[in-house]
Design a protein around this ligand. Sequence first.
Ligand SMILES: Cc1ncc(COP(=O)(O)O)c(C=O)c1O
Length: 450
Amino acid sequence: MTAKTPTGLAGDAKQRLIQQALERRRHSAGAGEQGATLEQVQQAALKVPEAHYRFDQHPGYQQLRVIQQSGLRLGLSNPFFRLHQGTAGAQTQIGEREYLNFASYNYLGYSGHPRVAEASKAAIDRYGTSVSASRPVSGDRPLHRALERELASLYEVDDAVVMVSGHATNVTTIGYLFGPRDLVVHDELIHNSVLQGIQLSGARRLSFAHNDWQALDRLLGEQRQHFERVLVVVEGIYSMDGDYPELPRFVELKHKHKVFLMVDEAHSLGVMGATGKGIREHFRLAGNDVDIWMGTLSKTLASCGGYIAGSTALIEHLKFLAPGFLYSVGMPPAVTAAALAALQLLADDAAGVAKVQARGELFLRLAREAGLDTATSTGLAVIPVITGSSFKAGRLSSALFERGINAQPILYPAVPEHSARVRFFVSCEHTEEQIRHTVAVVAEEMARLG
Ligand SMILES: Cc1ncc(COP(=O)(O)O)c(C=O)c1O
């Protein structure tokens, strides 16, 4: 009989347990020959710089503090997170005061439209405020499919899928569909969500000069052969500059180099084309000239979320496998119904579309006549006034706010420092008078800034 120890275990059994515990400790300590002692762990912890475990020392936060403090020193009003007291249309109430508003992309005035609001409220009454799980799990609501069918028919493609965030739609679609053997080429001014998607995908990323399809042609000529799948991404209307690509040229390149083409219509839906169907209508292209039509529900469609429209293979694939759809809750009923109602309004609103285009043209013409630098804007709803430095952009925005005009400064690093600007979103609800007044005030304040 083997002698028992005070723990009640036989000596060799105890020895085995100690051995196993030591093994486990060695494995959990990682690659080291032996697990670190408590003293060694404490010594190592002493060497970890504070910046590596404190958020207040994060470089991003520190940079933010510097910007905030210099804004305060210069007596500039903080242009961010302003508190609106009602619907932000062409006018808005911020605090106690009424402002002319050029900081919201409510291009056709559908946010605040009674039919959109009614549809949204009715959806809550019928389906509740959440679908309470991802759609593969909790199932669809008729509203989801109705919205997706309308979007597919707008683009004349097989199908569409809607997701809970426009930004996340780009991230998960590109992040899922492409991988380390692939290449994603994008316009140098492409939106951050596309860049994040590429990073997630692990694909090689290259950019071409803004709207320069010839540069893209050369780049693809050199690079195409080194990769499996290649995606080219452009925007319908560029969100910072208000210009657009010669899309038919990009379609030609897609066929020439056998690549996929993706267009982000966040700002072009509702704004471009005679009936607001976007850049496809503007250039009279076919739905399948572009492989991935992407857009957001948060601008013209007065809601929240993003969509992808395209072939059955693309949409079915995303619905079953793109993590941002599969593992994320389905669009809430109220949000889906708002987008659907807005889309239905758009189908019958050529007048609103013509108006937003005319107001944008007026703003651009007057701004140019006043000698303001509007860069490459075409006047399609987005008009930047370039100030040339973040400091001046902050000052101009602050001066405008004092005079009852709400327009956001766009500062470095959102744009290069020399092209810092104040950006104006024009809607069909702005009157000619409001636009004339605004441009005159901007010109006066720019002159004052020197
Ligand atoms: C071009 C572009 N794509 C995607 C997005 C993201 O859309 P959302 O704000 O609806 O998430 C934006 C947002 O402004 C955008 O401008």
